[in-house]
Design a protein around this ligand. Structure first.
Ligand SMILES: *Cc1c(COP(=O)(O)O)cnc(C)c1O
Length: 378
């Protein structure tokens, strides 16, 4: 049997490069010719431009989104002897970062409509922490797939409990909740700039942002050996820097982010229309939230069959994520779960399916996906 030809890839970082090739090539040439490749003027300018775009006073570049979470935790002084609450339905990076900082993860279940942390379960564990764990010091809400968590009640519960909030914005660059940018509501926000994220480098990259200047100074020191002055470590740090080439590429792309998000929303609307009346429900939008569609996720009881039918029409799909973190071999049996025991998480992981939604999809490719959806669901 011949394998079908994929005409609509699930992600396409090469198309994103070609769409801005001249500007990116010029930015790279500028850095190559400058002779300065680590922590120079491009990185400083990107940090300032990113902070301004977000509406916060400070941003600190780093090597990737996982390290961004680690810098946030360590900058807040959270490590061994602390529990950090997050979800199991996320990139493994969120949980890995908690353990990299030396803290203990506690994983909660999701709301099955939006796939984000169950705010009621969070309130319950803050009021009545599970026995046998160190004190809860921070919560990492993950704004999954490009849409906000139910953040307002979560923030209120965290403030009341004296617990820090680190927003995982790796999938939510430019998304808002009640008119406010995600990443500005908690104490500090961590962003990934991985090549398929809404704001993407041409390699690894990450950035943390905060309105707290002391915290920003600590995170900036920790990312480079704990230096505040060259060669003198005031604290124990790591090496997690954003290089000048990536910063220069990101400076080309930041002004184009809003346009890219608008294109993602238009593609989402086309998929909503194609799914109308069929068995697959379009993603639920949280009232008051602007979704930036890092992923467009549907649920199917018959996922394998649906993927095969789409593939037969040339449409590639992906699964985010096929196995909850607490069931993966590296974590199974040793990670604490909240009282809901992640039952909605486990159900979602068996049914979720991510359609292609990058901004470089052509209208013809979007129509191919719509036609394939009508056919596959019919
Ligand atoms: C991508 C991602 C990360 C980690 O980012 P890297 O840059 O790959 O280290 C963290 N959290 C979430 C939710 C992500 O999607």
């Amino acid at each position: 049997m011949d394998l079908p030809v994929i005409t609509v890839p699930q992600a396409d970082p090469g198309a994103a490069y070609r769409a801005q090739q001249a500007a990116i090539d010029a930015a790279i040439a500028r850095v190559l010719n400058s002779g300065w490749y680590i922590l120079g003027s491009e990185g400083a300018a990107f940090e300032q431009e990113f902070a301004e775009w977000l509406g916060l006073s400070r941003a600190v570049g780093c090597a990737n989104g996982t390290d961004a979470l680690v810098l946030a935790l360590r900058g807040l002084g959270i490590g061994p002897g602390a529990t950090v609450v997050t979800v199991s339905h996320t990139a493994v990076a969120t949980v890995a970062a908690i353990e990299m900082a030396g803290a203990t993860p506690l994983l909660l279940d999701i709301d099955p409509d939006t796939y984000t942390m169950d705010a009621d379960e969070l309130r319950a564990v803050l009021e009545d922490p599970p026995p046998g764990l160190p004190p809860i010091r921070a919560v990492i809400p993950v704004h999954l797939y490009g849409q906000a968590c139910d953040l307002e009640p979560m923030l209120a519960a965290c403030r009341a409990a004296g617990v820090a909030v680190i927003e995982d914005c790796a999938q939510a660059h430019g998304a808002t909740l009640n008119g406010r940018m995600l990443g500005t509501l908690g104490d500090v926000a961590a962003f990934s700039l991985y090549p398929t994220k809404n704001l993407a480098a041409l390699g690894d990259g990450g950035i943390v942002a905060t309105g707290d200047a002391d915290l920003a100074d600590r995170m900036a020191a920790i990312r480079q050996y704990g230096w505040k002055r060259r060669y003198l470590s005031d604290m124990v740090g790591v090496n997690s820097r954003l290089d000048e080439l990536q910063a220069a590429v990101l400076r080309v792309r930041l002004p184009l982010l809003a346009e890219g998000n608008t294109r993602r929303q238009a593609i989402a609307a086309a998929y909503d229309a194609a799914l109308a009346g069929g068995p697959l429900a379009p993603p639920v939008r949280r009232p008051g939230a602007v979704h930036v569609f890092h992923q467009y996720v549907v649920r199917s009881r018959d996922r394998e069959e649906m993927m095969a039918r789409l593939r037969a029409q040339g449409v590639a799909t992906a699964i985010h994520y096929p196995l909850p973190v607490h069931l993966q071999e590296a974590y199974q049996g040793r990670i604490a779960l909240g009282p809901a025991a992640c039952t909605e998480t486990e159900a979602a992981s068996r049914e979720v399916l991510s359609l292609p939604i990058h901004p470089e999809l052509t209208d013809a490719q979007v129509e191919t996906v719509c036609a394939a959806l009508r056919l596959a669901a019919g």
